[in-house]
Design a protein around this ligand. Structure first.
Ligand code: 6CS
Ligand code: FE
Length: 298
């Protein structure tokens, strides 16, 4: 495993004891020039400016049906439910997420490689890519707990050793995302500001953070500053649509107390030129099923 090059300072220091800082990003958002495809020109510009782009109709209605059935099959498979890669809701014990799902489900393994998905990631990251993390989020009806505001890159940098924000996530909706059933909220343009977080990373933090994250979340003062600068958008797309977003975009979602589940497939691609080193803000790296250390290009 690559360790830090000691003479290169950490450009994104976090999990500090010193007060938090808003650090201007010193990396691009779209890493390569060239033809927009498979994006449209407008959506690539939107992605570069806002740090995210919506993709309507990424999956056909038939494909949505296939993946919905796959999620039902996974959530009812006793072996999957008892697997350490499965996270259950704290209150209801309903399945909340299944990690490394592209390895567990051959169907999702294929989707990860699909040009509509991996092709877009290669276009944004300007290189070959590999899967850093995959999960399905069930956000079940009535009991689905949300995710407080956070930057994924802050966690992946601190706990997984991801050097730069040269990673992209795609959230593929398998149910309709409404404003009221836990739809993802994002701060447009927040990809350009790294918000450091105060507080040491607890041992085996992932055992609690994947249910409810308290360390590695920005202060209310910093969130207020960022929201005043960026505003807040909400992704509301029908089943089959997707949201592609930069690893450092500030995002979060509310609880789902409605009868409508908000299930999605969530895949994170990292650039082959940004492979993980030692964690920048934790004693030991997180397990492979949360942050892959098999750097094999798709
Ligand atoms: O810690 C992580 O890697 C995961 N946690 C959240 C809330 N979003 C990104 C990622 O799936
Ligand atoms: Fe996240």
């Amino acid at each position: 495993m690559r360790s830090h090059t000691i003479d290169i300072p950490d450009r994104y220091p976090t999990r500090t004891t010193t007060p938090s800082r808003l650090i201007e990003r010193t990396d691009p958002t779209v890493w390569s020039a060239g033809p927009e495809e498979p994006f449209s020109a407008a959506s690539l510009v939107a992605y570069d400016t806002n740090g995210y782009a919506e993709i309507d109709g990424l999956l056909t209605p038939d494909e949505v049906g296939l993946f919905q059935a796959e999620l039902r099959r996974l959530a009812s498979d006793e072996r999957v439910k008892s697997d350490e890669r499965t996270v259950v809701e704290r209150s209801s014990h309903a399945v909340r997420s299944i990690f490394q799902v592209h390895r567990i489900s051959p169907l999702i393994g294929e989707l990860v490689r699909d040009r509509r998905v991996a092709g877009r990631a290669r276009r944004i990251l300007g290189s070959d890519v590999y899967v850093h993390q995959s999960r399905v989020n069930y956000m079940p009806a009535f009991t689905g707990a949300g995710f407080y505001w956070h930057s994924d890159f802050e966690t992946w940098h601190a706990e997984d050793g991801m050097p730069a924000p040269r990673a992209v996530s795609i959230s593929i909706a398998l149910t309709d995302n409404y404003p009221f059933n836990g739809g993802l909220m994002v701060m447009p343009g927040s990809n350009r500001v790294f918000v450091s977080c105060v507080g040491r990373t607890p041992e085996e933090h992932y055992r609690t953070s994947l249910r409810e994250q308290e360390i590695g979340v920005p202060s209310q003062a910093d969130l207020t500053t960022l929201a005043a600068r960026c505003g807040i958008d909400q992704f509301t797309g029908s089943a089959g649509s997707a949201l592609m977003f930069d690893s450092n975009v500030m995002h979060g979602s509310g609880n789902n107390i409605t009868p409508f589940p908000r299930s999605n497939i969530f895949i994170v691609f990292n650039s082959m030129l940004n492979t993980l080193v030692e964690p920048y803000g934790a004693a030991i790296p997180r397990p492979d099923f949360i942050a892959s250390r098999e750097f094999v290009p798709i």
